[in-house]
Design a binder for this molecule. Structure first.
Ligand SMILES: Cc1ncc(COP(=O)(O)O)c(C=O)c1O
Length: 440
């Protein structure tokens, strides 16, 4: 049994007093998760859940994994913090490993930070310094974090807290096949949305663009999965203008997509830089930029990171990478992801409000609509289904421009039985939401 905890209602009241209004909470009655084991978590009232969202696509190896916890404990027992002013052996080892694993141009280097936002921030600082330009191309419907520059390359109004950007950003069309901005259909479209990048360069920039940044699969945007040809086509256009490509692998890295270790590897493209975080630490705060040495070394002023690459975070990340490899979790993501996908495709065929199912491996989005014909987004149904799943002991996430996309991104240890159970619970919750009838 867990320690007695403060009730969620009391905690919520206290939370609202002292934390920002804009810090989004899930559920009509928000919950506090206090314990976890593998794919299971418990709240402060001892309700058990199958965790199909992994703390926003992060707990990639599962909760409280013994080998990872042991590594954390052993390092904490030695030294927790030193700063980058001193040599850090696990940081060097992790950099060597990431440089080897990364799909980027070589020779490569790595730089460590504390979060995905900070990784994006650092990558943009490097690209703009290398090119002496503040012009950046991003995609509509993207999400890259909540800092000043990360918000400015985020092409999603619901997360765009300011337009006072230090960057001059141009947004290209999102490769969003279900709602094609060009009203075309794949594959007949010839992936025409990629050509928009050339048009954006030629019409909205003065030519010397610092970089283009994009997610291999748009995460917060609702797991929007570009067609296979998309990034190779985009990269060829960027190469014509000598513009580097930054792929933001914060959600797609470390085997999440099953078919490859990095999301970008499915696209036959070599990015100049990648950013990563989330799954790298399995819950420990760590992020990284990996890629072209000349870009990373382009910052000429002194720089440090007090916490980036600290012994605790890098030791945990190394233990986590070992665990991912030893347990073959990428392969499991592919295998179980296929089964999950089949179950969800079946839900799409049977439920009018399930408009689209997309994604790869254990990163699957389910877009809810009012009906298949109008495709009107149905955020009310998404909220209802989330509540219905929670009542039945399954936690799922939500995203998309209108908050109408359910997001499934469990630990990559998910079993076939757990995947079947999640589909069954979703089936019941969707049926309930459909019975309520009206678009909400
Ligand atoms: C693609 C992408 N980039 C960057 C971020 C920001 O990461 P963090 O929340 O760790 O700052 C996120 C977070 O969801 C993300 O999905």
């Amino acid at each position: 049994m867990s320690e007695p905890h403060v009730s969620p209602d009391e905690l919520l009241a206290r939370h609202r007093e002292v934390l920002p209004d804009w810090l989004a909470l899930y559920y009509e009655r928000p919950i506090e998760l206090v314990r976890g084991r593998g794919t299971t978590v418990w709240d402060s009232e001892d309700n058990e859940y199958l965790d199909m969202f992994g703390g926003i696509v992060t707990t990639i190896s599962g909760h409280a994994v013994e080998a990872i916890v042991d590594a954390l404990r052993a390092q904490a027992d030695q030294i927790a913090h030193t700063s980058t002013l001193y040599l850090i052996e696990p940081m060097v080892r992790l950099a060597e490993r990431l440089v080897e694993l990364a799909p980027t141009a070589k020779p490569a280097k790595a730089f460590f930070v504390g979060s995905g936002t900070e990784a994006v921030e650092a990558a943009l600082l490097m690209a703009t310094s290398a090119r002496r330009s503040n012009q950046v191309i991003a995609l509509r419907n993207s999400y890259h974090g909540r800092s000043f520059t990360a918000v400015s390359v985020t092409g999603n109004r619901s997360w765009g807290s300011t337009s006072l950007s230090p960057l001059n950003v141009s947004y290209a069309l999102a490769p969003y096949c279900y709602r094609c901005p060009l009203k075309l259909s794949y594959p007949g479209c010839g992936v025409a949305c990629a050509d928009d990048v050339r048009n954006v360069i030629e019409t909205t920039t003065s030519g010397d663009v610092a970089a283009m940044i994009a997610e291999p699969i748009q995460g917060v945007g609702g797991f929007i999965t570009p067609p296979r040809e998309y990034f190779a086509k985009v990269k060829a256009i960027l190469d014509d203008y000598d513009i580097p490509l930054i792929l933001d692998e914060v959600q797609t890295g470390f085997g999440r997509t099953g078919e490859a270790f990095w999301g970008s590897q499915a696209y036959d493209v070599t990015p100049d830089l990648i950013t990563c975080a989330k799954g790298l630490g399995n819950g420990m705060s760590i992020g990284a930029v990996v890629g072209r040495r000349d870009m990373i070394d382009s910052i000429t002023a002194n720089s440090i990171s007090t916490f980036g690459g600290n012994p605790l975070a890098t030791t945990v990340a190394l233990a986590n990478l070992d665990y991912l490899e030893d347990e073959g979790l990428q392969g499991n993501a592919e295998r179980v992801g296929k089964l999950l996908r089949e179950g969800l495709d079946d839900l799409r065929d049977r439920h009018e409000i399930v408009g689209d199912v997309r994604g790869k491996g254990l990163m699957v989005g389910v877009e809810l609509v009012v009906d298949a014909e109008t495709k009107t987004p149905n955020p009310g149904a998404a909220a209802e289904v989330m509540e219905g799943c929670r009542r039945r002991g399954v936690l799922v996430g939500k995203g998309g421009m209108h908050g109408s996309v359910l997001r499934l991104a469990p630990p990559l240890t998910l079993t076939e039985d757990e995947a079947r159970h999640a589909v069954q619970v979703l089936d019941e919750a969707i049926t309930d939401a459909e019975e309520v009838g009206e678009p909400r």
